[in-house]
Design a protein around this ligand. Structure first.
Ligand SMILES: N[C@@H](CCC(=O)N[C@@H](CS)C(=O)NCC(=O)O)C(=O)O
Length: 214
């Protein structure tokens, strides 16, 4: 049976994990189609996303590209009345900046991982600024994330928390950075990581099925 909704993504991807956590939190059933070859140049591999990136959410009405659009679509389809805070609900600079920083760090992580996948070393000059960005971003989040989260409207879920959790845990999973010396960020990850939605979506590398006869 084909699932009505299919998440096209990677279990090792922080952007994909955002959508998986929303699906779990909102109780929306969603199939999963892994993308094994992230270097593919074929849009069909990425749910027809011409940007050649994951995630995409395939629905009977059409396909949603990207983690925010896919998460919003899951929220629209959910029958549970979970109060969610979206990025545009942050009306103070700190909240908006936190989301900007988290999303940018995720994009920076993609740049570094893709450089590695293409055989480039971390100490190449082109990666100096991305690593500096990561360092500065973590310092900013350590100093500000708790206060920003405390200032968000009453909620059960926020896009900021979900994306921050996926970003911070991915840094360690992909060895892009460490949370040593960042006790507030570690505590945030422990708190959010206790949710069943987080535990069910632990990072791992999807394995292509073994070929018959091999
Ligand atoms: N704006 C997109 C970014 C998605 C993204 O960068 N995904 C990464 C994996 S975590 C990817 O597909 N990278 C492959 C590439 O950039 O070629 C979103 O929010 O989902």
């Amino acid at each position: 049976m084909t699932a009505e909704l299919t998440l096209v993504g990677r279990s090792s991807s922080h952007f994909t994990r955002i959508v998986s956590i929303f699906a779990a939190e909102l109780g929306v059933a969603c199939g999963f189609e892994p993308v094994f070859d992230i270097k593919s140049r074929e849009a069909r591999v990425f749910g027809e996303n011409p940007l050649l990136r994951v995630p995409s959410l395939r629905t009977p009405e059409g396909t949603w590209f990207g983690s925010l659009s896919a998460s919003r679509e899951l929220a629209r389809r959910s029958t549970s009345d979970v109060p969610i805070v979206w990025p545009e609900d942050s009306t103070e600079p700190a909240g908006a900046n936190a989301q900007e920083i988290v999303t940018d760090v995720m994009n920076t992580g993609v740049v570094i991982v893709l450089a590695r996948v293409n055989g480039l070393a971390d100490d190449m000059p082109l990666l100096e600024k991305p690593f500096a960005r990561l360092h500065g971003a973590l310092a900013w989040l350590e100093a500000n994330l708790d206060a920003v989260l405390a200032s968000l409207p009453e909620r059960r879920l926020s896009f900021l928390e979900v994306s921050a959790f996926c970003m911070l845990t991915h840094l360690e999973f992909r060895e892009l950075g460490r949370l040593d010396g960042r006790p507030k960020l570690q505590a945030f990850c422990s708190r959010f990581g206790a949710r069943p939605s987080a535990q069910r979506t632990n990072y791992r590398f999807d394995q292509p099925p073994a070929r018959a006869g091999t």
